[in-house]
Design a protein around this ligand. Structure first.
Ligand code: SIN
Length: 307
């Protein structure tokens, strides 16, 4: 059974009480309570950083962040990356080009104000088709639907640690090409040509077993399943290996589902987690603002040899 992230903090407790960290499940994520992200002193930020390194994803409930405050908090973790090109070719927030809007809501022009619609967003790691993907992403909820639209996280350190021996031997030293043709909602990225050929589609190879640049932990780096390709293998072998890797990594014991409330900030480390989103009723509204922290290093092989 998959864990559901539940908050112990009620709205009236916004920013009050002592800062505390509570793991959300064994494999990934922790909730930090008793903090106001617009007013974090250095000691509290150090606690947040330690929790970040330990848990790979953090949840803060009951925050009140405008775009400037979201950007200011995000910048404490590093320089910001520009968002990916959206399927509609839109720049989202004129004054804050760093903000990526994830939304199904239509603007006055009849075009969605954000990306990914109301359908499922499949398991992925943000912008892994780039040579230097963003280290982290932060998603802040402004409007949430009454049901659906939960965001799931998968702990890839734990998934790497529990790889069956034969699977570990097979993937050691190998790389996956991370496809850049489609986003996680299945939309073709602006300016690209549709392709369903994993061998020839555009993308960047990254090692399957990586060493996290900051924590030093070994992690599985899978990206996005569609059009993924294990370099050097015949396509049928690559497909079978990828299916096995995804089935292993997305087992319930490595995953947690986050059910959103307005004012939640969920941040995840793209180097050691994957995430996906449940679909929701397209007649309801969901508006999220996202920032992403620039990559500090290319994903590097773990250097762990096969047993
Ligand atoms: C994303 O993949 O960045 C968006 C996830 C979500 O909408 O919950």
């Amino acid at each position: 059974m998959v864990a559901q992230a539940q908050s112990s903090q009620q709205p009236s407790e916004f920013g009050t009480g002592s800062p505390a960290v509570r793991p959300l499940c064994d494999a990934v994520g922790a909730e930090v309570t008793g903090v106001d992200l617009t007013n974090l002193d250095q000691a509290t930020f150090s606690l947040v950083q330690a929790a970040w390194r330990a848990h790979s994803a953090l949840l803060f409930r009951n925050q009140q962040l405008d775009d400037a405050a979201l950007i200011e908090f995000s910048r404490r973790f590093g320089e910001l990356d520009m968002p990916p090109v959206n399927e509609n070719g839109k720049t989202f927030v004129a004054d804050h080009p760093e903000i990526y809007v994830v939304s199904n809501v239509l603007g006055a022009d009849g075009v969605p104000i954000g990306s990914l619609g109301a359908g499922e967003a499949v398991w992925h790691t943000d912008m892994s088709y780039l040579p230097m993907p963003p280290d982290a992403s932060m998603l802040y909820s402004l409007e949430v639907p009454p049901s659906g639209g939960d965001t799931w996280l998968c702990g890839m350190d734990r998934a790497a640690g529990e790889l069956p021996d034969d699977l570990r031997r097979t993937v050691t030293g190998r790389s996956i090409k991370h496809d850049g043709t489609y986003n996680s909602g299945g939309y073709l990225r602006q300016g690209l040509t549709a392709s369903d050929d994993p061998v020839t589609s555009v993308g960047t190879p990254h090692p399957i077993l990586c060493r996290h640049a900051e924590t030093g932990r070994e992690t599985l780096y899978l990206g996005r399943r569609r059009n993924a390709y294990v370099i050097g293998l015949p396509l049928a072998e690559s497909e079978a290996l990828l299916d096995r890797l995804w089935a292993h990594a997305t087992q319930a014991k490595f995953c947690i589902a986050h059910h959103w409330r307005v004012g939640d900030l969920l941040m995840w480390d793209n180097r050691s987690t994957m995430h996906r989103r449940d679909p929701f009723d397209a007649h309801t509204r969901r508006v999220m603002h996202r920032t992403q922290i620039k990559g500090s290093a290319r994903p590097a092989p773990s250097g762990v040899s096969a047993a």
